[in-house]
Design a protein around this ligand. Structure first.
Ligand code: NAD
Length: 346
């Protein structure tokens, strides 16, 4: 009977998951959904990166988020420590070296679609805030200032909205903007036939940039899209354009946008993502000195809105993220494949 405790111990050791960049809300939703699975969950607030990877012990899986660095060096140590699964509790995977993971025989899963509406709706919230200045109105009336000077917006009805990347989030955004009575045009490397049937016309990138009053980015960050918004592409846009990015910070060359804001070529700029966000976002730095002069300059413009990567942050999305992540780890840990094939990256 000696084998039994050892066997049970091995099973328990196999079922530990270590979370990086964990916040109280991650713990809430994962603990709730874990009642079905019974994994041992451990939560660390720190990012995963070379500095912390040695902390991994006995875990079959690590669970990471958008700003965790999962490069070849980190993957090598994780593999050495016996980690078999890297679970991304997000859709984007530009922060993971998939090839290095494949070489080490590691499995990687993600949550490809937890709530496209959550991000699409946040994009619309940013667009409306920048346009109708509700953030300013909110503060103004609280100081008993009921004047309207400086709050003037424009009708969305009839305006042209250019959508770059019409996957799950881009498509949801297109539908909302059609509802406002906008003319919606799009650029994507692969057209979506359902959107086309609903009156959304695809054009080349230059045409979309040059014809749109509002441009919203919804394509992934990769070697083709890195800094796709730069001095040259900004020049192709209409003067006074509104540019929104809720996809990934690296799509935009931020200093070039700052120049375009200074010379008023860009009229409004809204970002939920920022290329150097990992040192800032998801943290309360209200008592700190911010070293990043670029974000400080950005936030000094009255026509710039920055939110700290909160597009995904709805109850429905967090619940779906926890459920899909745990069920994928459960299947992979048992040597099975998850029912939804698109969760698997490697
Ligand atoms: P998706 O894979 O469904 O859609 C991406 C679309 O981009 C696809 O239609 C694809 O063909 C297109 N595309 C790929 N390369 C392109 C290129 N070079 N030019 C133009 N289009 C290109 O992804 P999704 O679920 O819609 O998510 C889009 C992005 O949103 C993700 O990559 C992720 O980075 C970001 N995201 C942000 C948040 C947030 O909280 N702000 C949350 C989830 C996802």
């Amino acid at each position: 009977m000696e084998f039994l405790p050892n066997f049970l111990q091995r099973i328990t050791a196999l079922m530990k998951i270590l979370f990086f960049s964990a916040k109280p809300y991650d713990r809430t939703f994962f603990e709730q959904h874990n009642e079905r699975y019974g994994f041992e969950l451990e939560f660390l607030e720190t990012h995963l990166g070379p500095h912390i990877v040695e902390a991994v012990q006995d875990q079959i899986a690590v669970c990471v988020f958008v700003n965790d660095k999962v490069n070849a060096e980190v993957i090598a140590v994780l593999a050495e420590k016996g980690v078999k699964i890297i679970a991304l509790r997000c859709a984007g995977f530009n922060n993971v070296d998939l090839e290095a993971a494949r070489e080490k025989g590691m499995r990687i899963c993600r949550v490809p679609e937890y709530s496209p509406q959550a991000v699409a709706e946040h994009t619309v919230a940013m667009l409306l805030t920048l346009n109708r200045k509700t953030h300013k109105a909110y503060n103004r009336v609280r100081e008993q200032n009921f004047a309207l000077n400086g709050l003037m917006g424009f009708n969305l009805y009839g305006k042209t909205v250019g959508v770059i990347g019409t996957g799950k989030i881009g498509a949801a955004f297109c539908k909302i903007m059609k509802g406002f009575g906008c003319k919606v045009i799009a650029y994507d490397i692969a057209a979506n036939a359902v959107l086309q049937a609903n009156g959304i016309a695809y054009h080349d990138l230059e045409t979309v940039l040059g014809s749109s009053d509002i441009i919203s980015l919804h394509c992934p960050l990769n070697e083709h899209t890195h800094h796709m918004i730069n001095a040259q592409t900004l020049q192709k846009m209409k003067k006074g354009v509104m540019l929104i990015n809720t996809s990934r910070g690296g799509l935009i060359n931020t200093p070039d946008v700052i120049d375009a804001l200074k010379n008023k070529h860009v009229g409004y700029f809204g970002i939920d993502v920022y290329e150097q966000e990992e040192k800032l976002f998801f943290k309360d730095l209200s008592e700190s000195i911010i070293e990043d002069d670029t974000i400080q300059r950005l936030m000094s413009f009255p026509n710039v809105l920055v939110t700290a990567h909160q597009g995904f942050f709805t109850e429905e999305a967090l619940s779906e993220i926890a459920q899909v992540t745990l069920s994928s780890i459960d299947a992979l840990a048992k040597g099975a494949e998850p029912d939804n094939k698109s969760v698997i990256l490697v």
